[in-house]
Design a protein around this ligand. Sequence first.
Ligand code: GLN
Length: 485
Amino acid sequence: MSELIELTAAQAAERIHHGDVSAAELFEAYRTRAAADGDDLNAFTWVADGPAAEAPSGAPLAGVPLAVKDLFCTEGVPSQSGSKILEGYEPPYTATVVAKLAQAGTTLLGKTNQDEFAMGSSNENSAFGPVRNPWDRTRVPGGSSGGSAAAVAAGLAPWALGTDTGGSIRQPAALCGIVGLKPTYGAISRYGMIAFASSLDQAGPFTRDVTDAALLLRHMVGQDACDSTSLAFPGEIELPKGVDLRGIKLGVPEELTGEGIESGVREAFNRTLALAEQLGASVETCTLPHAPHALNAYYLIAPAEASANLARFDGVRYGLRVDADDLLGMYTQTREAGFGAEVKRRIMLGTYALSSGYYDAYYGRAQQVRTKVADDFRAAFERFDLLVTPTAPSVAFRLGEKVDDPLAMYLSDVFTIGANLAGIPGLTVPVGLAGTSPRLPRAVQLLGPMDAEPLLLRAGRAIEVRGDTARLARDHETEFAWPGR
Ligand code: GLN
């Protein structure tokens, strides 16, 4: 394997700045790998077919290639959100965050496969076929940003963009053994992201280590006139330096660390708590009394917003159209042919929850629960700097294992969904491999109050460098093993 591929994105940018490596050479090394798609992971839906446009001269990210989840609009490049209804759709404009990153020097390597309209936890809901987990190709990479996670984990891209509505960055990062960050709601513009649930959707980075996550995030944040929910991030995102947790109060929410956690995941979690104490953190149990209701509230609010957002796909303006005798027939047959089963399920759930007569009982009640969930986090952050939980209850599960049981699938996100309801940031840090053959990644999730990304990144880096993670996340202090290398 080319030595270039071994570099983290931060290291690659530095080499290019020093003139040791050319951006074109780096791009070609990744492009070749992505086009060959690491033994059929199906991680990409589109790969650049030639050299990238040159990065602006002196740009900090120096031409380092970036893989972008399919649902970010990219001008003149397929942007299909994993859906047949948008097959071949090439938008006339580029999402703000992708444009900002290009300005900062990233080059567009490819678009990554995802669950249709970001609905899913396993990447089996894509109209373009499932993505496979590079650690074990019979298993899922997690979802909905599974293509981005698999691409980074398999060394097909140095880093990637994903989105997280209920866990879709943090959970696939955990199942693929890489770093994933869901930022504070509003920190990053949603303009040009094909919407799933607008009050929950947030873009964020997938990277091999925490330093790269900080570097990418630095160039993603900022207020955007095109997204009225975006906010200026207070201060600059520094690259985390320290490798201790001195003075940090960590809370362990009892509702999110109780039953239903696989033993290997629990063991890694407990080991991480012990490590955190060794590194100087105080670790205490805390409570989020309404957390057990978060999943229920999410599965009313997210489908309700989705049913409204997806109303625009009517065969008139974008993508697929099925001709029929009359206008209504054209609408219904286009939607029947273009949407997959999970998307239809969500539209029905959401439409029902919003219908008159049920609105107060379902949607209204779910919004009340959402407020309670957010209040719980606010109260916890009066006593604790950060909270820590496993990211997902299990390691990567088998393809097909949960497709016929939507409720079991929805449970994959029990630990991540609360952060989306509350708008707070969350970071997945890998903490080692479980089992013997195959060895599968395990991870923890750190949660912080709004705009606490710098603290999350600092703590994440300490755990990564000092813990077992160092074997997984690419860190020069220890050996790193890519799956299937
Ligand atoms: N798995 C959750 C869902 O299916 C979350 C998806 C996401 O974060 N985009 O809705």
